[in-house]
Write a protein that binds this ligand. Structure first.
Ligand SMILES: *Cc1c(COP(=O)(O)O)cnc(C)c1O
Length: 402
């Protein structure tokens, strides 16, 4: 016993801090999940069963939307939304360059052209003025992304879209439960795309996604499109794809949705605590801390700091040596990706995207993260900066710019 106890202590001492530890959450709901999965096994309804219907109703309600159509992934949710909007070759779709690849690849999949828009420095979200300036006669839609869990400026995007007759698809993959003016992500645009990939705030035990809409006509089209446009069976009025959600995933997600509000509150608390700890360490004017803009509920899928001055990668390496997890979302704007080079964007033609991709570092923020672990993270960053005094002269402009 004594030996075990000692081992345990030694282990804890150099365990470090994981970027994301899904096991902790799993342990708290293990029995409930097992029961839910057993029910599906016993029922034999493995695809689009009653669990999926329930999930669609639950998420529509949670996201303040009328309709929800579950599908195989967040990437498919974006693709299906674009298909429902009848985006076709020759069309242009406005997307931020600073986002996960799927936001733009869905556009390319349909033979349409993604038009890359720069971001705002404070929110990392698509810049409305740049978007408005890039509208052409070919522009058919826009996909504002609620990056890291904070909503984009949907009031501005919706008015630009109204002016030009564009379809608005919210990429809410990182933002379930996020709010602007008290209204939830996924209920602002014509459609909202969600992902249940395990790293998202509501994550399944594998891939999953969903589209929300308040428009009955779009809902009908989406419900056809994700089952090969088939109705009745083996009669196809439109060409769709196979993108269904498994009942097992829906069962897991229905269990987890009950806890989502609580987990979101824990993420918010962790974000606030980082802000305090960084201030306490005197780092809040040296590194760029993430901001919550007015009238928003930020749900903190990621807590992303900026390390100006070209030291981001060195800091990350030093954290790695201390077994402190971090990640770079995203190391390149999409306009700089090899597969989009033919579109002809110069790297610095989207200056805020260019800058963010070289400065950002996401820190552990999952709900079950402890204060001790957060102190390890902020302490690790402080140690790096203290060990390199000249680095205290990081240009704070990026951190402080309004
Ligand atoms: C995760 C993510 C997606 C894609 O979701 P998948 O379920 O992984 O296909 C799309 N957009 C953004 C912004 C994401 O973070």
């Amino acid at each position: 016993m004594k030996g075990n106890f000692n081992n345990q202590t030694a282990e804890n001492e150099n365990k470090g801090v994981a970027l994301l530890d899904l096991k902790r959450q799993y342990e708290t709901i293990k029995d409930e999940l097992t029961d839910a999965l057993k029910k599906v096994s016993d029922s034999g309804a493995f695809v689009l069963g009653p669990e999926v219907k329930t999930l669609e109703q639950n998420i529509a309600q949670y996201s303040q939307s009328e309709h929800a159509i579950a599908c195989a992934s967040g990437s498919d949710a974006i693709l299906l939304a674009l298909m429902a909007a009848e985006i076709s070759p020759g069309d242009e779709v406005l997307v931020p360059s600073f986002t996960f690849f799927a936001t733009a690849s869905a556009v390319s999949r349909l033979g349409a052209k993604p038009v890359f828009v720069d971001i705002d420095r404070d929110s990392f979200n698509m810049n409305p003025a740049d978007a408005a300036g890039k509208v052409t006669l070919r522009t058919k839609a826009m996909i504002p992304v609620h990056l890291f869990g904070q909503m984009a400026d949907m009031n501005r995007f919706n008015s630009i879209a109204r002016l030009h007759g564009l379809t608005v698809i919210e990429d809410a993959a990182q933002a379930i439960g996020a709010e602007l003016d008290g209204q939830r992500a996924g209920s602002w645009g014509d459609m909202g795309a969600f992902s249940f990939y395990p790293t998202k705030n509501l994550g399944g035990a594998g891939d999953g996604g969903l589209v929300t809409t308040r428009n009955a006509g779009l809902a009908k089209r989406l419900s056809l499109l994700h089952v090969h446009g088939m109705e009745p069976r083996y009669y196809h009025s439109i060409i769709g794809i196979n993108s269904r959600l498994d009942s097992f995933q829906a069962a897991v997600l229905n269990v987890k949705l009950k806890y989502l509000e609580g987990w979101t509150m824990m993420r918010i608390q962790n974000a606030n605590r980082y802000t305090e700890l960084f201030a306490e360490a005197g780092l809040d004017q040296i590194i760029g801390l993430p901001k919550t803009l007015p009238n928003r509920r930020h749900v903190w899928n990621q807590y992303t700091i900026r390390i100006p001055g070209g030291f981001r990668d060195e800091l990350r390496k030093s954290l790695q040596e201390k077994k402190i997890g971090s990640e770079i979302y995203y190391p390149l704007g999409l306009h700089e990706q090899e597969c989009y080079r033919s579109l002809g964007y110069a790297a610095e033609s989207l200056p805020e995207t260019y800058r963010a991709s070289r400065e950002v570092l996401a820190l552990p923020i999952f709900p079950e993260l402890t204060e001790t672990e957060q102190r390890t993270v902020t302490g690790g960053i402080k140690a790096f900066i203290d060990a390199n005094p000249m680095r205290r002269t990081f240009p704070a402009a990026s951190a402080k710019a309004a």
